[in-house]
Design a protein. Structure first.
Length: 208
């Protein structure tokens, strides 16, 4: 089933044929496209097309993000392919990667950060809200150049789902891949979207 055929996926905003930019909104485990679609309201740039795909059964992959990579396959590969399919569709409509933004929360944040690391090029922006790169600390990463893509890596310092050292390592790794990384660590333990993350999103622009 292609991304165009899935009835649970959401598409809204400007029609892709007329859009000045496109944003992929990737929900977390146990959530839905409708839940994360609300973040589109924070991206006030006019003329954006929004895509919020749905994970089968509410989860993009079964294990925690820090498990050995093979334990999350083949689901992880399929989830990354779903994002790649949307990026390809957007490209076919005439929008280059630098006019595509990614926003993910929790498991979705892990997924968008991992996608960027595995497909490095200049994107409009990547926002990882309460997430980190997928796999154990020290997992090998192929070389690549994100060409100063603005990337947000953010989380609460005591988030029970996302250990702080994984967030720190992810920011470091993405920086080594050439991203313009903003790392934000918040006090407390809440697993939520923080006002500072919203502010960062409000500053993003995708149109050329």
């Amino acid at each position: 089933m292609t991304s165009r055929d899935r009835p649970d996926d959401l598409r809204f905003g400007e029609p892709l044929a007329r859009a000045r930019g496109a944003v992929l909104l990737i929900h977390g485990r146990g959530s839905s496209p409708e839940d994360i679609a609300g973040l589109a309201a924070e991206l006030t740039e006019p003329g954006l097309a929004f895509f919020a795909p749905a994970a089968d059964g509410g989860a993009w992959y079964p294990e925690r993000f820090l498990a050995p990579l093979e334990r999350n396959e083949p689901w992880l590969g399929r989830a990354l392919d779903a994002i790649a399919g949307l990026v390809a569709e957007i490209g076919q409509a005439g929008l280059p990667p630098k006019q595509i933004g990614f926003v993910g929360f929790s498991q979705g944040a892990c997924l968008v950060l991992e996608y960027a690391a595995r497909h490095p090029q200049r994107y409009g922006f990547v926002a990882g809200l309460s997430g980190a790169l997928i796999g154990p600390l020290g997992a090998a990463r192929p070389p690549g150049d994100l060409k100063a893509t603005p990337i947000l890596v953010a989380c609460a310092e005591s988030d029970a789902h996302i250990p702080l050292d994984y967030v720190e390592r992810s920011a470091e790794t993405l920086g080594h891949l050439g991203a313009d990384v903003t790392k934000q660590i918040y006090r407390g333990h809440e697993h939520t979207v923080f006002p500072e993350e919203i502010h960062w999103l409000q500053q993003r622009r995708l149109a050329p």
